[in-house]
Design a binder for this molecule. Structure first.
Ligand code: NIG
Ligand code: FE
Length: 402
């Protein structure tokens, strides 16, 4: 079955074929006015100006794109969508001045979601991931990654990874998110358990492993041990690093050949230079910095230094209860000083690269998967410009209109 989206006000896509994009190439967007995109099955067959639209024979479903702009389906490469309960009480306490790190140290924060997630059961967990996926879709996300990390026992970690897979997400094993209460603060003993008892099965379900390398969570030595074991089990590597303190995440990520290091709110000039000189992608999470009232990551400095950056929501119940990548593009423009073009590449091609899918997702080009967002806007840059706006008119996911 073919699907033709016709008479689009604009079609905008990151230019070229390289992944990941960095430097000047990050800001290059191809824009076609009065455009069409033709999908065949789950792939893009052709695109161009309306005046160049060939005569089509056979069955073609047509979509009227007048007044709309087409961009690639958005890719959210960093979320924590597998959780039970919520943290609205904690949110209210933080609004009154309580700090995120203090709540965590007192057994609240991440550990309160661990309690709720363990109690939820697999069916409820799957419903939660599907609900969160649908929220993301409403904001134009056609591919999402989600971490586990709120089980921290064998059964709930594996159930979380299965739930993410069943909901169509890309699963990451965040087996080292926090030290659960039964290990009484002994991170090494917890890692013995996680690597011996959980990793063998987690490696069959997940594509990557992730760790929270931070004061109050895991240190660099523990991170090295965890990540080396995960790499040996065949998983790609990711790190939560430099969220509150520079604790060695960037050098370790570079040394181990990680796909990404995510957060970077505390990254200084040396870290910026090290990351920029490497293949590791810096994943910027401005909604999380905003939500916790923390300094923003040095997005402009990273891009100017030549780093490959991606942009993601960090959707989770504590530090970023926000599923909107367009909102993150607005924050990237206003807070990180990234252009709309740089933001578009950061939450499409570069995010797809972080998920190992940079050759098939994140661009509007023949052969790429037919994932398309139709923006209710006269100019594609409304993606960043319309702060919190109702931007998404329709999406096409793998060639299917939704
Ligand atoms: O990316 N920093 C560690 N993990 C998550 C937050 C998890 C939570 O607060 O529940 C993050 O911000
Ligand atoms: Fe996160």
């Amino acid at each position: 079955m073919k699907l033709l989206v016709r008479d689009l006000a604009q079609l905008a896509t990151p230019a070229g074929r390289d992944v990941p994009l960095r430097g000047a190439a990050l800001g290059e967007v191809d824009v076609l006015e009065d455009a069409f995109v033709l999908c065949d099955g789950d792939a893009i067959e052709a695109l161009g100006r309306m005046r160049d639209l060939p005569l089509l024979d056979g069955d073609v479903v047509e979509v009227d794109g007048r007044g709309l702009c087409a961009i690639p389906g958005l890719v959210d490469c960093h979320t924590h969508a597998a959780f039970g309960g919520d943290r609205v009480d904690e949110f209210s306490l933080r609004a009154g001045g309580a700090s995120y790190e203090e709540l965590h140290a007192r057994g609240g924060g991440i550990l309160s979601t661990v309690r709720a997630t363990r109690a939820a059961g697999e069916a409820v967990l799957l419903e939660a991931v599907e609900r969160h996926r649908d929220w993301m879709r409403g904001h134009g996300t056609t591919t999402f990654e989600s971490k586990s990390g709120y089980g921290l026992d064998r059964e709930t970690e594996l159930a979380s990874l299965r739930a993410v897979r069943s909901a169509g997400g890309v699963p990451t094993w965040l087996g080292a998110h926090a030290v659960p209460p039964e290990f009484e603060g002994d991170g090494d003993a917890y890692l013995d358990f996680a690597l011996n008892e959980v990793l063998p099965d987690a490696a069959q379900l997940a594509e990557a492993a992730d760790i929270f390398l931070e004061r109050g969570a895991f240190d660099a030595e523990q991170a090295r041990r965890y990540l080396e074991a995960c790499r040996d089990a065949g998983l790609a590597l990711r790190l939560h690093g430099d969220q509150f303190t520079e604790s060695g995440a960037i050098p370790l990520a570079v040394e181990l050949g990680a796909r990404s290091v995510d957060h970077l709110e505390a990254t200084g000039d040396a870290g910026v230079r090290t990351l920029a000189a490497s293949e590791v992608v810096g994943v910027l999470l401005p909604a999380s910095a905003l939500y916790l009232g923390r300094p923003m990551p040095p997005g402009r400095a990273l891009v100017d230094a030549g780093a490959a950056v991606a942009l993601a929501t960090d959707f989770n119940p504590g530090s970023a209860f926000c599923e909107s990548l367009p909102l993150c593009c607005s924050l990237a423009a206003t807070q990180l000083k990234l252009s709309p073009a740089e933001s578009l590449a950061a939450c499409t091609v570069n995010a797809a690269h972080v998920l190992g899918r940079g050759k098939r997702l994140g661009r509007l080009a023949p052969g790429y998967r037919a994932d398309i967002v139709l923006l209710d806007a006269p100019d594609w840059r409304y993606l960043a410009y319309h702060l919190g706006g109702e931007l998404v008119a329709r999406i096409v996911a793998a060639g299917e209109l939704r």
